[in-house]
Design a protein around this ligand. Structure first.
Ligand code: GLA
Length: 396
């Protein structure tokens, strides 16, 4: 737990809202080990929750106002609106995420008898692609469940509500992976999730002499959501072309196809760009299935190789990488003791994830960090991480 941040949160909550409380809520960010851009194509993903995330506090009000404040963005002040004012795309400020969760629950038929004061404090590096927005959404839903007594909401519902908020209220057509990892994560495990059925297995992450290393390029691309929505549309168009093939008429998602089927029918996808997008989705799903099997057989070499292949596909076929990220992956792979390295998350900047030997980690961090600084004139961030628990309540 980030004790300093939680103390600041409690102090500010008291100062601003006049309430003292020993109950603080937390929802983590996530890193995805493999299975990228498969979650809106009905495929498999393999993320885990992190120790960084968003902390929050909530207190009920007597009127119908919602007030929201972020410790990270004091200049935005207190955002204040009534429950009736909630409306998709009302704002592009950070408060769109918690607002979207209230709105989503209202759409689902939950009734709010009163408003609430909410406060947030996060330690996910901003714009890093480690899912700070999903953590805010899941956290908001967890806090609402507690204060309004919406006990029918299970943890999977926290994730689905967060995704719905992001899709419908904020207009980002994301899949379920980030919110699912934040709501359902477990320490020392990654979640092997079938995004079509939401069936999942918690797979122990015992890497022996190896560990997970996240490298932040500190590149924040501003066009993420429009480029992301473009990818989604390209996949949908590819699917619709494939469905015109009689043998594939009943296909519901790209990831239902095997690589073999893709090779046989890919000519049906008329647009060459859509074709390479679909190729990525199909093979990335196959890689994810193989990677989890490899991990379960303690074969880190095979797992790492699949990570490397995933990166190449995201770089060349899905085209969601960038120069800085490709440099970080290439530099990391030059080092001794690296099993695999790839871009993680939505892309267009953000982070890489690598599996590195524990006894080499510091050396890798120094060398890659220095080369990155020389090449791009900016610092990379490095985080040696372990999978942590998903959303929960903390009693201080
Ligand atoms: C973003 C989205 C996820 C997923 C990843 C790519 O993080 O929010 O749903 O699609 O990109 O794997």
């Amino acid at each position: 737990m980030n004790t300093g941040l939680v103390e600041t949160l409690q102090e500010r909550f008291h100062e601003l809202y006049g309430v003292t409380d020993n109950k603080v809520f937390f929802a983590p960010g996530r890193v995805n080990l493999i299975g990228e851009h498969t979650d809106y194509n009905g495929g498999h993903v393999f993320p885990c929750a992190l120790s960084v995330g968003t902390y929050g506090m909530i207190s009920p009000r007597n009127d119908d106002k919602i007030r929201m404040y972020s410790v990270n963005l004091p200049d935005s002040g207190v955002i204040d609106l009534s429950l009736q004012e909630l409306c998709p795309r009302r704002t592009h400020k950070w408060s769109q995420y918690p607002e979207g969760v209230f709105w989503s629950l209202i759409q689902k038929g939950f009734s709010f008898a009163h408003g609430a004061d909410l406060m947030f404090a996060g330690d996910v590096p901003a714009g890093s692609g480690l899912s700070s927005s999903a953590s805010i959404e899941v956290l908001t839903c967890l806090m609402i469940r507690e204060v309004y007594g919406f006990s029918t909401l299970g943890n999977v519902d926290l994730a689905l509500t967060g995704q719905n908020a992001e899709n419908e209220y904020c207009g980002m057509q994301c899949g379920i992976m980030d919110q699912f990892a934040s709501a359902m994560g477990k320490a020392e495990h990654a979640i092997y999730l079938n995004t079509e059925t939401l069936e999942y297995t918690l797979v122990p992450i015992h890497l022996g002499e190896y560990e997970l290393l996240i490298t932040n390029s500190n590149v924040k691309h501003s066009l993420v959501s429009s480029a992301y929505n473009d990818r989604r549309r390209e996949c949908a168009e590819a699917l619709s072309d494939l469905q015109k093939v009689p043998a594939l008429a009943g296909t519901g998602h790209l990831c239902e196809l095997t690589g073999e089927q893709f090779e046989k029918y890919q000519h049906a996808i008329t647009d060459p760009v859509n074709r390479i997008r679909a190729k990525h989705a199909v093979y990335e799903n196959e890689r994810t299935i193989k990677a989890v099997q490899a991990l379960q057989n303690d074969d880190l070499t095979a797992f790492g190789r699949l990570m490397n292949e995933s990166h190449i596909s995201l770089r060349d076929d899905y085209e969601v990488s960038c120069e800085e990220i490709d440099f970080l992956v290439a530099e990391t792979l030059k080092m001794e003791g690296v099993a695999g390295s790839r871009i993680t998350g939505g892309g267009f900047g953000g982070c890489t994830v690598s599996i590195v030997r524990k006894d080499q980690a510091q050396k890798i961090i120094s060398a890659v960090g220095e080369n990155y600084l020389n090449q791009f004139g900016k610092e990379a961030g490095f985080y040696r991480v372990m999978p942590e628990d998903g959303a929960h309540v903390i009693f201080i």
